[in-house]
Design a protein around this ligand. Structure first.
Ligand SMILES: O=C(O)CCC(=O)C(=O)O
Length: 209
């Protein structure tokens, strides 16, 4: 049932490889929040997309909205601490992120949440990852994106339009850090354009979701 990338849409060849994290560029958002961006961190990402789309046990969720139960508009999978990840490069990515951010973060990334946006109608609404320790403490959420580009929109907590839109493309890395989950909100808005599928892999620390 998974959506396939069409042909060599992203034309990256077969050599799947993570680049050095030394190239990340930080944007300070204010209020102690920041985002780090590294476009094209993973090269050769076509095969990863295909394997995750076909091999991950994706599940749809329902949630209550007003008086009705509605489908959550994206598919999800979660890998808790110690659970083997569905592709070795995802383990390599998690460990590289843990090493790179250790001096600032002081703890490793241990969980991975995967989201599958099948087309432009799939989305996630404004929110912060504020369940658990991130409600009170600074943390980092690192996201590896594969598939068609989608915007990660950011705004200060409390409403209003997006202040920043990061177009996350095939193999791109974004890390939201500092107070970002408490003081800012993020979303992947629906897109009216014809967009293809995207998979997002979010790494988090213990006790954060
Ligand atoms: O799709 C993304 O990259 C963001 C996902 C997200 O914000 C979440 O699942 O909390």
């Amino acid at each position: 049932m998974h959506a396939s990338l069409q042909g060599s849409l992203f034309d990256q060849g077969d050599d799947m490889r993570l680049g050095p994290l030394a190239g990340v560029r930080r944007t300070e958002l204010g209020a102690g929040a920041w985002v780090d961006l590294l476009p094209g961190w993973l090269s050769g990402a076509d095969a990863l997309y295909e394997e995750l789309a076909a091999g991950v046990p994706w599940r749809g969720e329902r949630r209550r909205m007003y008086e009705r139960e509605v489908d959550v508009p994206r598919l999800l999978a979660h890998y808790g601490e110690g659970a083997p990840l569905p592709h070795p490069v995802l383990t390599e990515a998690r460990d590289a992120l843990s090493r790179h951010y250790a001096p600032e973060l002081g703890e490793p990334f241990v969980t991975a949440g995967l989201c599958f946006y099948r087309d432009g109608r799939d989305s996630v609404a404004w929110h912060g990852d504020r369940n658990g320790r991130s409600a009170r403490e600074d943390t980092m959420v690192a996201i590896l994106s594969v598939g068609d580009p989608r915007d990660l929109a950011l705004r200060p907590r409390g409403g209003g339009p997006a202040v920043l839109r990061l177009p996350l493309g095939h193999g791109d890395l974004v890390v939201m850090g500092g107070s970002c989950q408490r003081t800012w909100e993020h979303a992947v808005p629906k897109s009216a354009r014809a967009v293809g599928p995207r998979i997002s892999v979010q790494y988090r620390t213990r006790g954060v979701s």
